[in-house]
Design a binder for this molecule. Sequence first.
Ligand code: GDP
Ligand code: ZN
Length: 313
Amino acid sequence: MEARVLKSTGSWYVVETLTGEVINARLRGKLKQSGLRLTNPIAAGDRVTLKNQKDEEGNHVIEDILPRTNYVSRKSTNLSKEMQILAANIDQLFIIVTLKDPKTHPLFIDRFLVAAESFRIPVTLLFNKVDLYTKVEADLYKTLSEMYERIGYPCYQIQSTDKNSVEFLKKLMQGKQVMLGGNSGVGKSSIVNALDASVQLKTGEISAAHQQGKHTTTFAEMHKLSFGAYVIDTPGIRSFGLVDLEKEHLGHYFPEIRAAMENCRFNNCMHLNEPGCGVVKAVADGVISSQRYAHYKAILEEEDNDPYRRSKF
Ligand code: GDP
Ligand code: ZN
């Protein structure tokens, strides 16, 4: 019998069966894993199969884990090589952006997009709190949404204090496992509440500094919304990290750079000062946004031990 993991507590799993029954299940013995060194074998969002027979204590038992389409992971500690899988099978990531109260830093958006690309998670940008916009923010939205939509990220304006303005999201979310990302205070819990008031997301994200170097285990939880979508709640996580990102591959996680690099003379081109660089040319021609290119260079220059690289969670 197939089931969807809603929550992992380390030794117990809360799973939903295909018929919508929510039950507890245990993992007995070892699962065959794909060469990853994992501290936790199963995470929220995973699809598993359950044994037909309960164990001698009468518990449902997880038999196997089905292949993941993607997952979000981090190192379990700074120095550790072991990975912790935070959530799996994320159909859609909504990055919540506010241009005011608080203003989301554009570099934050691009860093988050890079991480999502590296995890192969489709992204939609939701610009929240449009009721606070003056002409300045309205103009900025126009610029940003044109820039992001051109490279394949849909953008929408919402006001989560108005249920009607988020109604359209239900169609985008139906049947999907959706993750919400964005800085604290941008309205993540307000959006979920506006969609389904019976779900109360935990907010008050744990500060990054607090989590530094600690052996903290943050278990994500998946909530089922009334209209048939699942929201993955990852407490304490501000954005994904670039933990395992190889700098040589950074360009691949900018869709427009990925497209332009086909024209580079050297196939190990880093798109900085190399002669015959297709990316530099695309920037000069206005095909690639100079802001996005500047962020590519900024992320490339970030040291591995920069605070936000160590503590994106
Ligand atoms: P989270 O930390 O991302 O979960 O953000 P919250 O949902 O807790 O929202 C932070 C604050 O922003 C709360 O005071 C909300 O009432 C407020 N807020 C959320 N959405 C909107 C909106 O569309 N317009 C305005 N003006 N305030 C909003
Ligand atoms: Zn190049």
